[in-house]
Design a protein around this ligand. Structure first.
Ligand code: 5GP
Ligand code: ZN
Length: 121
């Protein structure tokens, strides 16, 4: 299947991976809204929220909680937005959750390798 995020899941296309297990992969958005903008995907191909089986949804949200804690600890954000686009709002048609940190004081964007280093060390 010609799907960008399937290729990232299968490591055919590189990404700055922050966490992965057999079900999910969490990696930095290539065009971040803020430092630490993270995407969480199931490794299996699903398109929209209601396409996914219950166990996988539960696991994705459990990992989202863990990633939220990691971002809070390592990047000390002031707020965090969770976005999940469907239909015409969705650019990449492989289910994903955005975790987007918010900082009261606007900070310059750091490079993805720098952010990956902070989140994984
Ligand atoms: P959507 O609008 O589908 O919810 O968001 C897709 C997101 O995927 C966008 O924020 C975009 O920057 C990100 N993205 C698109 N292509 C790539 C890529 O090749 N690598 C990574 N890491 N993110 C990507
Ligand atoms: Zn896919």
């Amino acid at each position: 299947m010609d799907c960008l995020f399937c290729k990232i899941a299968e490591q055919e296309i590189p990404a700055h991976t922050i966490f992965e297990d057999e079900v999910v992969k969490c990696f930095l958005d290539i065009n971040p809204d803020s430092n630490g903008h993270l995407l969480i995907i199931p490794k299996k191909h699903f398109v929209e929220l209601d396409d996914i089986d219950e166990n996988t949804v539960l696991h994705i949200f459990q990992i989202s909680q863990q990633m939220k804690k990691l971002l809070a600890t390592k990047l000390n954000y002031d707020g965090l937005k969770i976005v999940q686009n469907n239909g015409v709002l969705q650019e990449v048609k492989h289910f994903h959750i955005h975790l987007i940190p918010y900082y009261k004081e606007e900070k310059p964007l750091q490079s993805l390798p720098e952010i990956a280093e902070i989140l994984t060390k």
